[in-house]
Design a protein around this ligand. Structure first.
Ligand code: NAP
Length: 247
């Protein structure tokens, strides 16, 4: 049953961190809109899993990097289910390359999805939040946006950009009771990190004081807190979930 539930939109919810965040918010009683780009089968599987455990979810297929698609999809969602109470801008990609070998199209795609995609979603969701005079926006950045990483300069630029964007939005929308915070995960075991070689994983582990990769639930618990009334006085902050990798 979804009547009376507040709406939470999680972008990139078909897999990885987004799927864990969606499950956690569904447990907290939100109707969760599961966004994805192409992986409809995975998103549908997750919807079924959430519903089997007593939660509510709807699918929301759109490409976050297409501003018109974002606007139309968010308007449709709000018409059907009310204003977005919680937006988690999580969808992201990484196309790694050393600066000298970075291709224009890869740079554009990274910025389009990771930075502009989040901005489009926040802009569209903020319309309903402003009317409702309430909302919580959580952007999923990365430890790489805070400390940099050789071979990931485009990704780092996008993820660092999210932090400046969040701080500005926090200042701009605070008077409407809309909070905007960032969660910056370190290395978390998902498809994205699955592409690392064993040697790369070992090198990364040496730089993590708590001695292991994180789990998607480590991130979803941070998001749960920032979305909750317990975080009502917290805005414009970056919460690192990184095992001490960046302090
Ligand atoms: P993932 O397993 O690769 O999943 C990426 C998700 O984003 C998928 O649901 C994918 O949908 C969606 N997506 C990609 N492009 C999209 C687009 N244009 N429009 C809509 N959805 C799109 O990634 P992850 O590891 O869970 O990472 C999630 C977020 O956390 C990303 O922003 C990433 O940068 C950040 N992060 C991850 C880590 C980590 O260690 N894993 C660390 C720091 C930050 P489809 O399934 O349809 O392709």
């Amino acid at each position: 049953m979804s009547e009376g539930k507040k709406l939470a939109l999680v972008t990139g919810a078909s897999r990885g961190l987004g799927a864990a965040i969606a499950k956690t918010l569904a447990k907290d009683g939100y109707l969760v809109a599961l966004n994805f780009a192409s992986n409809e089968a995975k998103a549908l599987e997750l919807k079924t899993e959430i519903e089997k455990s007593g939660g509510s979810a709807v699918l929301a297929k759109f490409d976050v990097s297409k501003s018109a698609e974002v606007d139309a999809s968010l308007e449709e969602l709000s018409k059907a289910h009310g204003p977005i109470a919680v937006l988690v801008a999580n969808a992201g990609i990484t196309i790694d390359a050393l600066l000298m070998r970075m291709k224009d199209e890869d740079l554009d795609r990274t910025l389009d999805v990771d930075l502009k995609g989040a901005i489009y979603c926040v802009r569209a969701a903020s319309r309903g939040m402003m009317k409702a005079r309430s909302g919580s926006v959580i952007l999923i950045s990365s430890v790489v946006g805070e400390m940099g990483n050789a071979g990931q300069s485009a990704y780092a630029a996008a993820k660092a950009g999210l932090i400046g964007f969040a701080k500005s939005v926090a200042k701009e929308l605070a008077s409407r009771n809309i909070r905007c915070n960032v969660v910056a995960p370190g290395y978390i075991a998902t498809d994205m990190t699955g592409a690392l070689t064993e040697a790369q994983k070992e090198a990364i582990l040496r730089g993590i004081p708590l001695g292991s990769f994180g789990s998607p639930d480590d991130v979803s618990e941070a998001v749960r807190f920032l979305a909750s009334p317990g975080a009502r006085y917290i805005t414009g902050q970056v919460l690192g979930v990184n095992g001490g990798m960046y302090i």
